[in-house]
Design a protein around this ligand. Structure first.
Ligand code: ZN
Length: 101
């Protein structure tokens, strides 16, 4: 038998470089030495200067343009690439959701 879970979870997320930043994402120009800004990211191939950095407890995590940042209570839960995010999540229209803050 195959079962599907009844319950689904709503998450909060924003797409870096597309949506307004809902958390503080520092521009690469604040943290990266100028010569490295014009090198290409090994993950997405875009220039490092177009990336952002999220502060973790001890370090910074790089965010590629188009990545989705999933968060809760102003804490980052996960950073997910555009493709992976769109396979796993569907955008809810505001009428579909009754959010209790
Ligand atoms: Zn990248």
């Amino acid at each position: 038998m195959i079962y599907k879970e009844r319950k689904f979870n709503l998450i909060r997320a924003f797409q870096f470089g597309v949506d307004d930043n809902e958390l503080e994402v520092l521009p690469a120009t604040d943290l990266v030495d100028p010569p490295q800004l014009n090198t290409h990211c090994t993950q997405c191939g875009q220039l490092i200067r177009n990336h952002g950095f999220l502060k973790n407890d001890r370090s910074y995590e790089m965010v590629c343009p188009g990545d989705f940042i999933i968060y809760e209570n102003r804490k980052v839960i996960n950073i997910v690439s555009n493709d992976a995010f769109k396979k796993a999540y569907v955008k809810m229209e505001i009428e579909d959701v009754c959010v209790i803050e």
